[in-house]
Design a protein. Structure first.
Length: 570
């Protein structure tokens, strides 16, 4: 069962986890520990010397991909009159990327008039000439001298402090643990909350002995590494990986809206109206595109692996069967779920990304028809029969399929992967260009600003009762040794950079802590010439230990003296 949170009408043990936690303030600050500032206290900049010398000095990595790096670079630009325009340019570029094609040229001309005159003159003519093609032509002035100067500023030093916090050890004490949401292959999934920020997650616990008994080390590490590699709003995100005495823990995006299987079959007439099918299929297509861009084939696309968040957007989950395909190679593997496995998987032929486009075809069909293409709902049929249907029979299309819906399903469910939609050189772009998606603005969709056609009710139940979740039996006869510890060290790597930085910004910890001195001066913790102040509690502890030792010595001396006198009298 996949993890999701429910509200079960007021029962204390089954309420939404956010209803069970101390608020610790309102709004985005809800749920923070009273000691959150201490937990996220910046180290003095003098403690960042090693990091300063080893960190990658790449503009794209520091100032574009990493959210906190991007924010601090923007703040630096705001302090320089000639660079303020660069901040406006970054905002204009973001708007440019999500604009309809027909408005891009006019918006490009506006950017040219407002922003280009103030950037370096050597780039001005090039920018004006090529702006309608791509705003990226305006980037060279930013990752030249401004980026070099940024690295000598207090804003870069503050970035180093944030990176040090990001690299703090992660343990079970980092989180508050809440109720069980479900279970995975190796253990339970529960809700958890980061003490410092109040952000809720789902914690997937992989029991160490259960992993060893099933020889699942490679599978567990593979899923963790793939989740760590992918940064997509359409794929469940890994925020932390740590270990306890008994389990390895993956801390993942929590999805409160249930899975597509529940919504297809438990919300009235099975299936969705066309608008919902198009929206979910488009977001799944984007998720597959992001996975394939990293050379990852998913291999387990089915309704129960597609989860909804609070706002009605979806994410692909459960990447246990996903695998990275070596460049220029094909792989083989008969894995997946019966009824959703592509013909080339069933026949154990080599493949690359083709099984995922077959899976998308199965999903579009099932969301439309209210049943899977090769097996009726609750039909009792042997695996061999289902596989025969997949390999030999043509799926049937009823009146619920519009012409464009049937067309895309037929193209995606083509049995020959060489002829299948999405399997040519254009990949996802070929799928997105289908008439079925003519009403989808993929740029706005990828920016997260398209309104979903359905928003889950926060008071509703979108999964089975937690009391119905089967409990795991105790694993006996399995002993852990040093080899296992070596594997756990590879797994337990702490925070994942981009999700952690997004968490700091979303919960406003970044806003509350990212404070500088008066009139834009360096605060004491960023002053290289001012050593960090010794912590008072260290002196208190030393004082206490010193006088405790003296008192203990006196007591021992007195007791020994009394004993000696008593013995002498006797």
């Amino acid at each position: 069962m996949t993890a999701r949170v429910t509200d079960c009408g007021g029962s204390p043990s089954l309420t939404h986890p956010s209803c069970c936690v101390s608020t610790g303030g309102g709004g985005k600050r809800k749920g923070r520990s009273k000691k959150w500032r201490e937990i996220l206290r910046f180290p003095h900049i003098s403690q960042c010397v090693e990091l300063r010398s080893s960190i990658e000095r790449d503009y794209s990595s520091l100032c574009v991909k990493q959210p906190i790096g991007r924010e601090l670079f923007r703040m630096y630009c705001e302090t320089k009159p000639k660079l303020k325009n660069c901040v406006r340019l970054l905002d204009a570029m973001d708007q440019y990327e999500v604009m309809p094609d027909e408005k891009r040229r006019s918006h490009g001309e506006e950017i040219s008039q407002e922003c280009v005159p103030e950037v370096a003159e050597s780039y001005g003519q090039l920018c004006r000439h090529n702006l309608e093609l791509s705003p990226l032509f305006l980037l060279p002035p930013l990752h030249g001298t401004p980026f070099m100067d940024f690295q000598d500023s207090m804003y870069f030093d503050r970035f180093l402090q944030w990176k040090m916090l990001e690299r703090q050890p992660i343990t079970k004490e980092t989180f508050r643990q809440y109720r069980v949401l479900g279970k995975g292959g190796f253990g339970e999934v529960c809700a958890c909350q980061v003490r410092a920020t109040g952000k809720m997650y789902a914690c997937k616990k992989l029991e160490k002995k259960r992993i060893k008994k099933r020889k699942g080390e490679a599978m567990a590490l593979n899923e963790k590494q793939i989740l760590e590699q992918v940064n997509s709003r359409f794929v469940v995100s890994l925020a932390y990986a740590y270990e306890t005495k008994d389990a390895l823990c993956l801390v993942l995006t929590i999805m409160n809206g249930g899975d597509l299987k529940f919504h297809i079959y438990n919300m009235g007439t099975p299936g969705f109206e066309k608008e919902r099918v198009q929206f979910y299929a488009a977001e799944i297509c984007c998720g597959l595109e992001h996975l394939h861009r990293e050379s990852i084939v998913y291999r387990d696309l089915k309704p129960e692996n597609i989860l909804l968040d609070d706002n009605g957007h979806i994410r692909i989950s459960d990447l246990g069967l996903a695998i990275k395909v070596p460049e220029g190679e094909l792989i083989r593997g008969r894995v997946g779920t019966v009824g959703y496995m592509a013909p080339e998987v069933i026949s154990n032929e080599k493949y690359a990304m083709s099984p995922d486009w077959w899976g998308l075809g199965c999903l579009i069909y099932e969301m439309t028809a209210g049943r899977s293409p090769f097996r009726a709902r609750k039909e009792r049929v042997k695996r061999e029969e289902v596989e025969h249907r997949v390999m030999e029979e043509q799926e049937e299309y009823g009146s619920r399929f519009a012409e464009d819906a049937e067309a895309i399903c037929r193209l995606l469910l083509t049995k020959d992967p060489k002829q299948r939609l999405g399997c040519q050189s254009d990949g996802a772009a070929e799928v997105k260009a289908q008439p079925f998606f003519k009403n989808i603005n993929f740029k706005r969709l990828e920016a997260g600003i398209e309104e979903p056609p359905f928003v889950p009710d926060p008071r509703a139940v979108y999964c089975k009762d937690v009391l119905d979740i089967e409990q795991f039996s105790t694993v006996k006869g399995v002993n852990l040794d040093q080899t296992d510890n070596d594997f756990y060290a590879k797994f337990s790597t702490g925070s994942v950079s981009i999700p952690w930085q997004n968490e700091m910004i979303e919960t406003e910890c970044f806003k509350d802590l990212n404070v500088f001195g008066p009139n834009g001066s360096r605060p004491p913790d960023l002053d290289w010439d001012q050593p960090p102040e010794p912590k008072i509690f260290i002196f208190v502890a030393l004082y206490f230990c010193y006088y405790s030792f003296i008192i203990f010595t006196i007591i021992v001396a007195v007791v020994c003296g009394v004993s000696f006198l008593s013995l002498h009298a006797f």
